[in-house]
Design a protein around this ligand. Structure first.
Ligand SMILES: Nc1ncnc2c1ncn2[C@@H]1O[C@H](COP(=O)(O)OP(=O)(O)O)[C@@H](O)[C@H]1O
Ligand SMILES: [Mg+2]
Length: 245
C-alpha cells in the first residue's frame, strides 16, 4: 500500500508559557517515508510531537498535513480533530490502561468514527501482525513486560486506522534486543498500513535502521538535516556532538 499522506512543518515556535522550547523548527515528512527526529533529553522532541497533535499551541509558523491529496492546516485544531484526520501519536511512556486487558486497551484505540466502523477488521489485523497480542488478549496490560506493552501501544495506534503515525521515543526503558524488535514492528506497521512515520528517538543506531531521512534537534533548533540514513551516519556533528564518537 502506498501512502499519499505527509507533513510539512515550517518555522514553528512553541513552548510552555514563558518557557520557549521550539524556535523556528522546520521539518518535512514526505509521503511514505520514515523520518526520525534525533535528540537527547530535553531538546524538544516531545514538544514537537505534541505541537503536531494540537496538545501544545505553537505561537508562530505552520503545520500542514496532506491527506489523500488534500492539504489541511493543523494549527488551531483540537487533538481530537487531529486524530479524526488519521494522525495518531504513540506517546512517550506509552500511556496504556494497566488495569485493563490487552483487548480492552486495543478496543479503546478505535474511538474515531472511521475506526469504529472497522473495529473488528483492525483488531484482526493487529492480532495478525502481532500474534503475541492474540495469545495475551485477556492479560492485564500492567502485568506485561515493557516490550509487550510497547506492542500494545503500537497495536492501539493500528486501531485508530491512521495514515500518519507519530511515535515518541519507543525505545525508552527497553532492553536493546526489544528496542530492535520495536523498530521492526514499526517498519512492519508502516508496510502493512501504508503509513508515513515520524519517530522521535535518542537511540541513533536503532532509529537509523528504519529511517529514510532524519533531523537532529538541539535546544529546540534543527541543527542538521540528513536526506538519507547514510547522510546522517556520515555527518560530523552527529558523530561528535550527538553520538560522542
Ligand atoms: N509542561 C511543561 N512545562 C514547562 N516546561 C516543559 C514542559 N514540558 C517540557 N518542558 C521543557 O521543555 C523542554 C523540552 O522538553 P521535551 O519536549 O520534553 O524534550 P524531549 O522530548 O526532547 O526530551 C525541556 O527543557 C523541558 O523541561
Ligand atoms: Mg520526550
Amino acid at each position: 500500500m502506498a501512502s499519499s499522506s505527509g507533513l510539512e512543518i515550517a518555522s514553528i515556535d512553541a513552548g510552555y508559557g514563558a518557557v520557549r522550547v521550539l524556535q523556528g523548527v522546520s521539518l518535512s515528512v514526505p509521503p511514505g517515508q520514515t523520518v526520525v527526529l534525533l535528540g537527547t533529553n530535553g531538546n524538544g522532541k516531545t514538544t514537537l510531537m505534541r505541537s503536531i497533535m494540537g496538545q501544545v499551541r505553537p505561537t508562530a509558523g505552520s503545520i500542514r498535513a496532506t491527506l489523500d491529496g488534500q492539504t489541511v492546516d493543523l494549527l488551531g485544531l483540537e487533538p481530537q480533530q487531529v486524530v479524526e484526520l488519521g494522525i495518531v501519536l504513540v506517546p512517550e511512556g506509552r500511556r496504556l490502561f494497566p488495569r485493563l486487558s490487552v483487548e480492552q486497551n486495543l478496543r479503546l484505540g478505535a474511538f474515531r468514527a472511521t475506526a469504529r466502523a472497522k473495529l473488528d477488521e483492525n483488531l484482526a489485523l493487529c492480532y495478525e501482525m502481532f500474534p503475541r497480542l492474540a495469545e495475551r488478549r485477556s492479560q492485564l496490560v500492567g502485568s506485561m513486560s515493557g516490550g509487550e506493552q510497547q506492542m500494545v501501544a503500537l497495536g492501539r495506534a493500528v486501531m485508530t486506522a491512521p495514515r500518519i503515525l507519530l511515535v515518541d521515543e519507543p525505545s525508552v526503558g527497553l532492553a536493546p534486543i526489544l528496542v530492535s524488535r520495536t523498530m521492526e514492528m514499526i517498519a512492519l506497521m508502516k508496510e502493512r498500513l501504508g503509513l508515513t512515520v515520524l519517530m522521535a528517538e535518542q537511540n541513533f543506531h536503532q532509529a537509523v535502521k528504519i529511517a529514510d531521512r532524519g533531523y537532529v534537534i538541539v535546544h529546540g533548533h534543527i541543527e542538521f538535516e540528513g536526506k538519507s540514513a547514510e547522510a546522517l551516519q556520515d555527518n560530523e556533528l552527529v558523530r561528535q556532538v550527538y553520538l560522542g564518537l
